[in-house]
Design a protein around this ligand. Structure first.
Ligand SMILES: [Zn+2]
Ligand SMILES: [Zn+2]
Length: 357
């Protein structure tokens, strides 16, 4: 392990230890902060403001926001749990479904991609803007509200999940992790405007009568990956970590760091949510789905180790290991959706992790 890894790991280890008490310790919940009368800027003590990446909200507006958010009572609708089993009907004319899954919290699904938005009484907060949905995002929002979009949150850097960000007005606030903002500033992609508000560890976004808590729990998938959490609805959104009720996408969702990827499961499970928007699949996820994905992932790791014990060295040693690991995995999960799609690719990632990490 080089010194950079140590520098990166120490805060990670520290954060793993405190995740179960995330809300009460490092990052007090929005409720607790409000009851103490903490202002929005103090709430976001880890906010990082670069020259171009920071915007100010007037203190008068902050007070107003705090006041409205405090009076709001928001819940997840019980019927929403049905969507953790079967996905919604997608109108073929429209190409999407827009469903209020909790008070003012809407889920947009097209069968492949997922995103969400919240009406606040003072403007809409949108989370992600998948490239394939394009203008349909505005159409879906206009289907249910006349409020203008005022805020957009990026869950991570990837174009397929935020590549329609340019459909919104230029003057909206865009919130992301600092790593996402740095990446997008470098890319200079007109479809992915550079964020105006960034944070490092945690950020509380209060608009009108809605509160979203944004957490950085490590780069579990790409760069600047965050968890978007509505404590009132008990809804989390973490994109491209897993596919509920299905095998992982290729190379474990092109995970850059399998250690972070695996660890993120427990960090997310330590948070209090009932459904999760995973970014893909026709359904919403549950903690059970995420637990299953962790078990599946650890089983593939086991299979990689088993393959190492039974495979003879050859010119294509890693390929042979991945093939053996994939064979074991498919045998163990014959009924899992998409198990046959990329077992070898997933095992390639896992074999390298098992051997080298
Ligand atoms: Zn992604
Ligand atoms: Zn994705």
């Amino acid at each position: 392990m080089n010194s950079w890894s140590i520098i990166l790991l120490v805060p990670l280890i520290l954060s793993v230890g405190v995740i179960p008490s995330l809300q009460s310790e490092i990052t007090p919940s929005a409720e607790a902060l409000k009851s103490k009368g903490t202002s929005l800027s103090e709430t976001n003590s880890n906010k990082v403001c670069g020259d171009r990446l920071c915007s100010e909200i007037s203190s008068e507006k902050k007070e107003m926001k705090k006041h409205t958010a405090m009076n709001a009572k928001k819940e997840l609708f019980p019927a929403t749990m049905d969507y953790t089993i079967t996905g919604p009907e997608i109108d073929p004319e429209k190409g999407y479904a827009v469903i209020e899954i909790g008070d003012g919290l809407y889920w947009i699904a097209d069968g492949m991609y997922q995103m969400m938005f919240l009406t606040t009484g003072e403007g809409v907060i949108v989370v992600d803007a998948p490239m394939g949905l394009g203008d349909k995002i505005l159409q879906a929002i206009n289907d249910v509200t006349t409020e203008p979009v005022t805020h957009l949150v990026y869950t991570h850097i990837h174009k397929d999940h935020i590549g329609s960000a340019h459909v919104f007005p230029d003057d909206i606030e865009i919130v992301s992790h600092i790593d996402t903002a740095e990446h997008l500033a470098m890319k200079n992609d007109p479809q992915r405007p550079v964020p105006t508000i960034t944070f490092d560890e945690q950020y509380t976004l209060m608009v009108g009568d809605q509160v979203l808590e944004l957490y950085y729990i490590g780069p579990f998938h790409s760069k600047g990956d965050i968890v978007v959490y509505s404590p009132a609805h008990k809804v989390a959104m973490a994109v491209d970590l897993f596919h509920p009720n299905a095998a992982p996408f290729q190379y474990f969702g092109i995970a850059r760091d399998m250690g972070e990827h695996i660890a993120a499961h427990d960090k997310l499970l330590a948070m209090d949510w009932d459904v999760i928007i995973s970014g893909h699949e026709p359904i919403l996820g549950t903690p059970e789905h995420l637990k299953f994905n962790k078990e599946f992932t650890m089983q593939v790791l086991d299979n990689a180790f088993s393959a190492m014990q039974t495979t003879q060295p050859s010119a294509n040693y890693f390929g042979d290991l991945a093939d053996k690991c994939a064979e074991l995995t498919v045998e163990q999960y014959p009924d899992l959706k998409d198990i046959e799609v990329s077992p070898v690719e997933n095992c390639v990632t896992m074999v390298f992790y098992a051997m080298l990490d």
